[in-house]
Design a protein around this ligand. Structure first.
Ligand SMILES: NC(=O)c1ccc[n+]([C@@H]2O[C@H](COP(=O)([O-])OP(=O)(O)OC[C@H]3O[C@@H](n4cnc5c(N)ncnc54)[C@H](OP(=O)(O)O)[C@@H]3O)[C@@H](O)[C@H]2O)c1
Length: 197
């Protein structure tokens, strides 16, 4: 809350529509404490419920368990192709090359990116596809109002490959507070899995 007040002060405002806490990890050296409580801990303690939860979400990382009445907005909804090999490990599968996604795109005469946007919105999330190209910005925006046929939607919702593109490994340190990815993400079900492993 103090940090939010400082941001308001710096911005010269007294109200923000949305205040996004980006990667809410703790710095062990600064705080001297262990990892912060997970989302459940925040919900128990808060007086104002978070309105939006921004997480990685796309057909290769559905994050299905993140409901709880808080709107989910997807980052890296296209599978973050431009960060491949930089933020993720070698061998991480590439969403835009997924055969199911590519076949659906081909059938509808559009790009895998547009299908991924349509899928994200159809499942009830919002999404933030990034692009440096006007044509992509326009086509991604248009795809947000498409509706995929149910079997295509379901096929993407059932992809076996589940793998974070941005796993946060750069926060791990032998000194803690995050020694392993399981500690960072605090739930066992979020450990990286891939059908290609
Ligand atoms: N909260 C967080 O921790 C967090 C972490 C990561 C990202 N984010 C947010 O999420 C946003 C998007 O995530 P992201 O940048 O990781 O990945 P992304 O949106 O999944 O992928 C962006 C890539 O997709 C390409 N692309 C976009 N539209 C396309 C289209 N229609 N056809 C073909 N390629 C297309 C872009 O290339 P072109 O430029 O060539 O179109 C770019 O290389 C970021 O801007 C950021 O705001 C938040």
């Amino acid at each position: 809350m103090n940090v939010c007040r400082k941001s308001l002060q710096r911005l010269g405002l007294d109200y923000l529509d949305e205040y996004l806490i980006h990667w809410p990890v703790v710095d062990g050296q600064k705080s001297g404490s262990g990892p912060d409580p997970p989302l459940e801990g925040i919900l128990d303690a808060c007086t104002i419920r978070p309105a939006i939860n921004q997480v990685e979400a796309h057909p290769y990382w559905r994050n299905d368990k993140l409901e709880r009445g808080i709107h989910v907005t997807a980052y890296s909804p296209l599978g973050s192709p431009h960060t491949a090999g930089f933020f993720n490990r070698e061998g991480t599968p590439v969403l835009s090359q997924d055969p199911t996604l590519c076949a659906i795109a081909e059938r509808h005469g559009c790009s895998p990116a547009e299908v991924a946007v349509a899928w994200a919105v159809q499942r009830g999330t919002s999404c933030l596809p990034k692009s440096t190209k006007e044509e992509h910005l326009r086509s991604n925006l248009a795809a947000a109002s498409w509706r995929l046929p149910e079997d295509d939607f379901q096929a993407l919702s059932d992809l076996e490959t589940q793998c974070r593109m941005l796993d946060g490994a750069w926060f791990l340190s032998p000194e803690g507070p995050y020694r392993t990815l399981e500690e960072l993400w605090d739930t066992e079900h979020e450990v990286q899995t891939s059908s290609k492993e």
